[in-house]
Write a protein that binds this ligand. Structure first.
Ligand code: GLU
Length: 426
């Protein structure tokens, strides 16, 4: 048989994603021919996106939509606008969505899109034109039953509104189900805004129940106070944890007695930095990375990748680490923490709140029903709690010698492979 040679195979991000599949395949006993099926997208669309700049010149941009696997259902995953987007990265991200959706127990396959552009230099009008042209270019390949995009890096509910509008014009009816995380006025849920942080908080709560005897009074440090960190901190504080430290790029604040998270949120909103929060007993420190080494029960890295590394891992004191961010722990650090008995809840499990809420939005859009925010969050809580404990049970029963991250990939891939076998694909 001839080999399936592709342009993206030299991309380092893609190679990392392939390695994860190979490692999981060894544990599952999957043969190389099955691995080969798993590491390529079913369909990869490349589009040219031409926009008129405000100075009347035209810009020719490149975009992709990678539809990795649909064994479990329609493709699902975000679209990012990034100067560094590559086809290999897009394929890798779509593969991660397949595993994330599978692990979350959702009836979705995995997809991801990107446009190679620096979104910061675009005017609002240019951003709208880019969004509409990109979506028109992939319109034949997406749809409520085919592939359902959502926000990712540098895309947001307004961009989803343009996608939705462009697609609805093409098909001739209001197609709510074609994208998720839409604004509330056109079929979205406000709860989608808080859902990733909520899911991270919920993962910490369930992990604490399993290994710390409950969440009540446990100390928590949250690294990063963006959309994920803010809501993770807010809900953990509401559920009785003692959130003692939070950070952003300008520094961190720490009070072993606990912080008033609602007030920190107001300070962040009005001044742009958590270090402007003033209260008795609060220490303000400049180096946000030091927050990771505080003596706390639970650590939530919710900012950027590669912050827990072989340089600082020996100084980390938390017993439970819940990854709100993507890839905050390097593989060496992960291994070290596992050997020391620290539970590291991996990103693909701990930040699945966003896509799970997307499913709630999409399924209600499809039925023409509405949900209140309370109902949507209660639904998210129930789905994620059941799933989280199921994944943990399977890890502890079958794969406990491996870090939880490895087990998560194994469980996710196993579910996809079983669906492919049932459907007669392999
Ligand atoms: N971009 C988000 C993720 O990576 C959301 C995907 C979605 O809601 O479809 O999980």
């Amino acid at each position: 048989m001839s080999e399936y040679r592709v342009l993206y195979e030299t991309d380092p991000v893609y190679q990392m994603a392939v390695k994860q599949v190979r490692d999981a395949a060894l544990i599952l006993g999957l043969a190389d021919d099955v691995v080969e099926v798993l590491v390529h997208p079913e369909k990869l669309v490349q589009v040219k996106v031409v926009i008129k700049r405000d100075d009347s010149r035209v810009a020719t941009l490149i975009g992709w939509r990678s539809q990795h696997n649909s064994a479990l259902g329609p493709y699902k995953g975000g679209v990012r606008y990034s100067e560094n987007a590559t086809v290999g990265e897009t394929v890798a991200l779509s593969m991660w969505m397949t595993w994330k959706n599978s692990l979350a127990g959702l009836p979705y396959g995995g997809g991801k899109g990107s446009v190679r552009v620096n979104p910061k230099i675009l005017s609002p009008r240019e951003l709208e034109e880019l969004s509409r042209r990109y979506f028109a270019a992939i319109a034949r390949d997406v749809g409520p039953d085919i592939d359902i995009p959502a926000p990712d890096v540098y895309t947001n509910p307004q961009v989803m509104a343009w996608y939705y509008d462009e697609y609805s014009k093409i098909v001739g009816y209001p197609a709510w189900g074609v994208v998720t995380a839409k604004p509330m006025e056109i079929g979205g849920l406000y709860a989608r805004v808080v859902s990733t942080g909520y899911g991270t908080a919920l993962s910490a709560r369930e992990a604490a129940k399993r290994v710390l005897g409950g969440l009540e009074g446990k100390s928590v440090a949250v690294h990063g106070f963006g959309n994920v960190g803010i809501y993770a901190a807010k809900y953990l504080a509401e559920w009785g944890a003692n959130v003692v430290a939070v950070s952003d790029s300008k520094g961190y604040i720490y009070n072993p007695k606990g912080l008033d998270i609602e007030k920190v949120m107001q300070v962040k909103e009005s001044t742009g930095a958590v270090i402007n929060y003033k209260s008795e007993g609060v220490k303000v420190l400049a180096n946000h990375l030091e927050l990771l080494e505080l003596p706390v029960d639970i650590l939530i890295p919710a900012a950027i990748e590669n912050v827990i590394t072989k340089e600082n891992v020996e100084r980390i004191k938390a017993k439970v680490i819940v990854e709100g961010a993507n890839g905050p722990t390097t593989p060496e650090a992960d291994k070290f923490l596992h050997e020391r008995g620290v539970m590291v809840v991996p990103d693909i499990l701990a930040n699945a709140g966003g896509v799970t809420m997307s499913w709630i939005e999409w399924s209600h859009n499809r039925m023409g029903c509405w949900l209140t925010d309370e109902e949507a969050l209660a639904r998210l809580d129930k789905m994620m709690t059941i799933n989280f404990n199921k994944v943990l049970d399977e890890w502890q029963k079958k794969y406990s010698e491996y870090p939880m991250r490895v087990a998560a990939y194994v469980i996710a891939i196993d579910r996809v492979v079983k669906a492919m076998k049932l459907r007669g694909w392999i």
